[in-house]
Design a protein around this ligand. Structure first.
Ligand SMILES: Nc1nc2c(ncn2[C@@H]2O[C@H](COP(=O)(O)OP(=O)(O)OP(=O)(O)O)[C@@H](O)[C@H]2O)c(=O)[nH]1
Ligand SMILES: [Mg+2]
Length: 475
């Protein structure tokens, strides 16, 4: 990958009314002018021009910035009528000279324009190369570059807010505040070292240093914890639908996703494998997992299905436990035991045929705190109430652009490393370890945080590759 190359790629998905081709690099405007009906080499930056992309008989044999405008119209073929935007470094997405050609969305036109650009000196861009160039040219840091991919992939309000906040630099500025506090801590420690011979001087005492380090550590831990929420928001919050056979789990899944996805029958043990699908509730994606009903069985396949039910419970964040008739106290106790660390919602289904009864609520400690929702999955009664309860139990804070939710595994790993190194700093401060050893650990924390944004660090090509190969071509 040579950053002096001028690159081109289609930036829009095929099939739309328009297609946008992006060019970036030092030769952008010159190469464009070789295939465009106007010479734009002296055009003002940030201007838009109407004209034609034109193929000459020898497809791009023009050189030296010579525009097809100077060619006889009879010898050239008009490929499309286009609008062309001109950007000049550093005021562009990549920070380089750039051009965007808005064409009609025909596959033929778009392929032809790209072919002409390549014949005239462009190279086809690699995945994420525009954003990578933006990073290398200091237009954004690494965490913002990752947010570009998240923003494009965002499919609802929550994932949009999350990506937008990161793209606009909330996370970066939080990290730079943490770095400042860490630097202050380092300088206080180093002051102590420099003047350690002067007993008459007073330095910040260790308890004050400890309190600063603790505050930083708390913030880093909170950021690291937000990764779980970030993952849940990105992939859909997992909700397992569990219960005995024939209680109506598959009927409920179909009702929630408004589709006949799972087979429903009065035969016990209909569902064998887990079945998943997603819906959005109040702008947040939930991933529902219908499971095999729990019962004693000698059927080998069903047993495998039931063991999958238990692993679905473990992986889920919310459990919908369904009963149809009044469950025994023992059954409820087992349910509570299995779902200890989860948000549990108990559902009494089939209220259209079996009247409401009191669960053994008073007899079972802890059950009073758990919502019990009465529904008819078949008739669609109280499904809206259930959706609301599911949304509430997910406990998703109302996200604003100020909220920081860590969404990349790379960022999370750096935060975890920072936390581990900071724990050693805390230990060192508590146990009276010498200042130079503590400040060495502090430097590691600073490096871990710098890895997240890539600023002031040499980012290895391997790391860049890992980030940008997940992008599409044209991003
Ligand atoms: N009357 C009534 N019948 C229901 C309701 N929900 C489900 N059923 C019926 O109960 C039977 C079992 O429904 P399923 O959705 O297949 O039950 P399941 O829990 O997925 O069963 P397994 O996959 O065998 O574990 C079917 O005949 C459904 O039509 C309901 O709200 N009211
Ligand atoms: Mg089923």
């Amino acid at each position: 990958m040579n950053s002096n190359d001028t690159i081109c790629a289609l930036a829009t998905a095929p099939g739309g009314a328009l297609g946008i081709i992006r060019i970036s690099g030092p030769q952008s405007v010159e190469i464009l002018s070789r295939i465009f009906s106007k010479d734009l080499t002296t055009a003002q930056p940030n201007t838009i021009h109407y004209g034609h992309v034109v193929a000459t008989p020898h497809d791009g044999s023009l050189t030296n910035g010579q525009s097809v405008a100077s060619q006889s119209p009879s010898t050239s073929e008009v490929i499309d009528e286009c609008m062309v935007s001109i950007f000049r470094a550093p005021h562009s997405y990549t920070g380089e000279d750039s051009v965007e050609i808005s064409c009609h969305g025909s596959r033929y036109i778009l392929n032809k324009v790209i072919e002409l650009l390549i014949q005239n000196g462009c190279r086809m861009a690699q995945p994420g190369e525009y954003t990578q160039r933006a990073f290398l040219n200091g237009k954004m840091d690494l965490s913002q570059a990752e947010a570009v991919a998240d923003l494009i992939a965002s499919s609802n309000k929550a994932t949009h807010q999350m990506a937008m906040s990161q793209l606009r630099g909330q996370f970066s500025s939080e990290l730079s505040q943490l770095r400042e506090q860490l630097l202050r801590l380092t300088s206080l420690l180093e002051l102590e070292l420099d003047f350690s011979d002067h007993e008459e001087l007073e330095f910040a005492d260790r308890s004050e240093l400890l309190s600063i380090a603790n505050k930083i550590n708390n913030r880093i831990t909170t950021l690291a914890h937000s990764f779980e929420t970030g993952q849940a928001l990105k992939n859909g919050i997992p909700v397992a639908i569990v219960g005995k056979t024939n209680v109506g789990k598959s009927t409920l899944l179909n009702k929630l996703i408004r589709d006949d996805r799972a087979i429903v029958s009065s035969v016990h043990g209909t569902t064998r494998d887990t079945i998943e699908d997603t819906i959005d509730i109040n702008g947040v994606t939930f991933r529902f997992i219908d499971t095999a009903g729990i019962r004693q069985t000698t059927d080998e396949v069903e047993q495998i299905g039931i063991s999958r039910t238990y692993s679905a419970i473990e992986k889920a964040r919310i459990i919908l436990w369904i009963f149809d008739t009044n469950p025994s106290a023992e059954e409820i106790k087992e349910t509570l035991e299995r779902t200890k660390d989860k948000s549990l919602i108990i559902i009494r289904n089939k209220i259209d045929i079996s009247p409401s009864q009191n669960l053994h609520q008073s007899a079972i400690p802890g059950l009073n705190d758990i919502p019990v929702i009465e529904i008819s999955a078949k008739k669609g009664v109280n499904i809206d109430k259930l959706e609301q309860a599911i949304f509430e139990s997910a406990n998703i804070p109302e996200l604003s652009e100020q909220d920081i939710i860590v969404s990349s595994a790379r960022q999370y790993q750096s935060l975890v490393k920072a936390h581990e190194n900071l724990s050693r700093v805390l230990y060192g401060l508590e146990t009276g370890l010498s200042g130079d050893l503590v400040s060495e650990e502090l430097r590691l924390v600073l490096d871990d945080l710098a890895d997240i944004t890539g600023q002031g660090r040499i980012v290895p090509n391997e790391v860049l590759g890992n980030i940008f190969t997940h992008f599409c071509i044209g991003k």
